[in-house]
Ligand binder design. Sequence first.
Ligand code: IYR
Length: 235
Amino acid sequence: MNGAFCRKGVDVTSYPTIPLEKYREYPIDEMRQRLNDFYEDIDRRRTVREFSDRPVPRDIIETALKAANTAPSGANLQPWHFAVVSGLETKKKIRVAAEAEEREFYEHRASEEWLAALEPLGTDDRKPFLETAPYLIAIFLQKFGELPDGRKVKHYYPAESTGLATGILITALHHAGLATLTHTPSPMKFLNEILDRPKSERPFLLLVVGYPADDAEVPDIKRKSLQEYASFIEV
Ligand code: IYR
């Protein structure tokens, strides 16, 4: 089916439909095995704050971004932009701007309660990894898109969609054997200026990507148990 029609003065063309031929069903035992393997693998993922400067080929990042771009999104409008930074000059600018915001955060803006919540993680305003890691991926959320003729199109659920794409990106990079850090200097508007992104895009998060440092350590965190974060309603 492929129809062209007009709704409220907007030209609409529906997508042609195709059979779901890429879908795969697995026998239940295989389903269990695959899922256990996947869970064991993702359970090893840890957010890392100490990175090596070892380079990572750009095609690896490109493929991970292609995986991220498969995320479901409101009306399939894919309301995200990934600015991939590998140049030292730009990484330095980002570090300087992020550390300035973080100093404000740790010294003035953060509530006592927030600082107490961060205490176990031992974070502070120094962010050397912003220069050390081979890639910083600045993820932007687009509230509006632009058609080739310059008209604006409203995006739906941009935050949810960009969050989903980011989750897939982190999972893909972990799958490839790379470490990530979801960094959220606040506010992050400086990313628009440094990376020359339009005002209509909101910085969503800064993903630091690379190999962990040889001597990297991580806090011994605990994850909630299934009963704590899930409920099953069977009536
Ligand atoms: N953006 C700051 C503070 C921070 C906030 C949360 I919530 C964290 O989980 C970790 C850090 C920083 O990056 O240090």
